[in-house]
Design a protein around this ligand. Structure first.
Ligand code: CP
Length: 301
């Protein structure tokens, strides 16, 4: 059976390190036509800018071709076709599926139905493993290591799937975590249990200014409006934490600010000019990392 990437736990530490190595290779060697003659499907049941376009850029750079949709309403899903049948059909047309879906577990289900590998491009508030790999690549590039970093995660730690995937991945590398969020958006217990079970140190606080003083990585996140059933609650918490340039005074020289993006209000635009802001380069790293993921899953590199 072909290997899929549905959860970051589908890759062990060696595989994660292999992806880091491959991503560095693709960054230094753009334009290798390793996927010539192969077809890839991008099925996006939820909106995306970076994930879909960077996957498509990665595929194009490697000489592959892309089919798919960014709006399920224009497909036979709108006539009532099931996810099962949609995925089964698309499997007939391609060598690998990249899928984003709003239901947690949809990507796992697709990987069980599909006859080709499936890459989870985000399933509800569950997992976003390709984002995690590009986050790790960005950490490695900026810190020179993955081991033993202090990472401060800020914002929507309840619904933020990138947070959930990243903390699981960093458990391989002995990270120390500080979580900063409003009470309503605290990290769910299942992830705290995971960290305890893996011997990871973490603290929770509401004081972002203090927390970032000895951080290596500040991982900012957007409050996920689309996951709220009560929009009044969203309005109450959406701007709980806003990073401003003056807050970076006294932080470590090696501190880098990551954000999976899109940003709404949680990073003031005055931070963008600070050398510690790394989120746009981080998004660029997504192309090399996704080249690595696809090549690895297909065994072409
Ligand atoms: N980081 C991320 O998943 O961005 P998009 O929603 O634009 O794909």
């Amino acid at each position: 059976m072909s290997k899929s990437l549905v959860s970051i736990s589908d890759f062990n530490k060696e595989e994660i390190l292999k992806i880091m190595e491959l991503a560095a290779h693709f960054e230094s060697n753009p334009g290798e036509q390793l996927l010539h003659g192969r077809v890839f499907a991008t099925l996006f049941f939820e909106p995306s800018t970076r994930t879909r376009l960077s996957f498509e850029s990665a595929i194009n750079r490697l000489g592959g071709r892309v089919i798919g949709f960014s709006e399920a309403g224009n497909t036979s899903v709108s006539k009532g076709e099931s996810l099962h049948d949609t995925v089964k059909m698309v499997s007939n047309y391609c060598d690998l599926i990249v899928m984003r879906h709003y239901i947690e577990g949809a990507a796992r289900y697709a990987s069980e139905v599909a006859s080709v590998p499936v890459v989870n491009a985000g399933d509800g508030s569950n997992q976003h493993p390709s984002q995690t790999l590009l986050d790790l690549y960005s950490i490695k590039k900026t810190q020179g290591r993955l081991d033993g970093i202090h990472i401060v995660m800020v914002g929507d730690l309840k619904y933020g799937r990138t947070v959930h995937s990243l903390l699981q991945a960093l458990s391989h590398f002995g990270a120390r975590f500080t979580f900063v969020s409003p009470e309503e958006l605290k990290l769910p217990d299942e992830y705290k249990i995971f960290l305890r079970d893996h011997g990871m140190k973490f603290t929770e606080t509401t004081d972002m200014r203090e927390a970032i003083k000895d951080a290596d990585i500040l991982y900012m996140t957007r409050v996920q409006r689309e996951r709220f059933s009560d929009l009044m609650e969203y309005e109450r918490v959406k701007s709980a934490y806003v990073l401003k340039a003056d807050m970076l005074r006294g932080t470590r020289d090696n501190l880098r600010i990551l954000h999976p993006l899109p940003r709404i209000t949680e990073i003031d635009t005055d931070v963008d000019a600070d050398p510690k802001a790394y989120y746009f380069e981080q998004a660029r790293n997504g192309v090399f990392t996704r080249q690595a993921i696809i090549s690895y899953l297909l065994g072409v590199k």
